[in-house]
Ligand binder design. Structure first.
Ligand code: AP5
Ligand code: MG
Length: 218
């Protein structure tokens, strides 16, 4: 199935996408992760994206649409994919419509994860990930079962994102409300939108998400 997770920075898109990808066997496509990998690898795209991401702005539509267009053609996307952080602007949503028309596969559902703005800052400033496998954690809300050891791969190395600071979060939130929030209306009008309560505990959000996905798959 083809699913979009929509929500502000820190809403829990990545956290839920990682779990759903594992339990349902569909690929997580995070444009944020792909762009961070490009920055780390020093590619041309990475060079163009680096400063924009650090400032909390949005990378150009052309670049991210091209990244997604290439990625969804790979064999592991044949069973479907879960888009985490894409589309993020109306031109990206229209670009995705065009790409899906070409593949003949319909978009199943867009899930909006609703979270209060005040909670987002805490979530983002407390976030860290396993440096080896990318599993996400939080200083308070999701700590590893064994201290300083990744639950998924056992690594002891963790990292924090360059854009995860209180100042950049404000720019990211502005970009969300200016560019991405209009997509809620776009997908509502298409009859694809479902909303879940992202303020609930991580397990409860997962339960709500699974209920929505089961209904969309039926
Ligand atoms: P991206 O990587 O997509 O970042 P984002 O949208 O800002 O979202 P986050 O990854 O910060 O939040 P999340 O919703 O995934 O939250 P998470 O699950 O980690 O994009 C980064 C940058 O790349 C952008 O600013 C832009 O420059 C560029 N970019 C990317 N895509 C682009 C595009 N399409 N177009 C243009 N530019 C693009 O959760 C956060 C924390 O909270 C974690 O620590 C987690 O453990 C915790 N948490 C999660 N759920 C809960 C819960 N229910 N209760 C308590 N804590 C929770
Ligand atoms: Mg994320």
């Amino acid at each position: 199935m083809i699913v979009i997770l929509l929500g502000p920075p820190g809403a829990g898109k990545g956290t839920q996408a990682q779990t759903i990808a594992k339990t349902r066997g569909i690929v997580q496509l995070s444009t944020g992760d792909m762009l961070r990998a490009a920055v780390k690898a020093g590619t041309e795209v990475g060079k163009q994206a680096d400063a924009i991401m650090k400032s909390g702005g949005l990378v150009s539509d052309d670049i991210v649409i091209r990244i997604i267009a290439d990625r969804i053609q790979e064999p592991d996307c044949a069973n479907g994919f879960l888009l985490d952080g894409f589309p993020r602007t109306l031109p990206q949503a229209v670009g995705l419509d065009t790409l899906l028309e070409k593949t003949g596969k319909p978009l199943d559902v867009v899930v909006e994860i609703k979270v209060d703005d005040t909670a987002l800052i805490d979530r983002i400033t407390g976030r860290y990930t396993c440096a080896k496998c990318g599993t996400g954690y939080h200083d308070t809300f999701k700590t590893p079962k064994v201290e300083n050891t990744c639950d998924a791969c056992g690594s002891h190395e963790f990292s924090r994102r360059a854009d995860d600071n209180a100042e950049t979060v404000k720019s990211r939130l502005m970009a969300y409300y200016r560019e991405t929030a209009p997509l809620i209306g776009y997908y509502f009008a298409k009859g694809k939108l479902k909303s879940i309560d992202g303020m609930a505990k991580i397990d409860e959000v997962e339960r709500q998400l699974n209920t929505v996905l089961d209904a969309a798959a039926a």
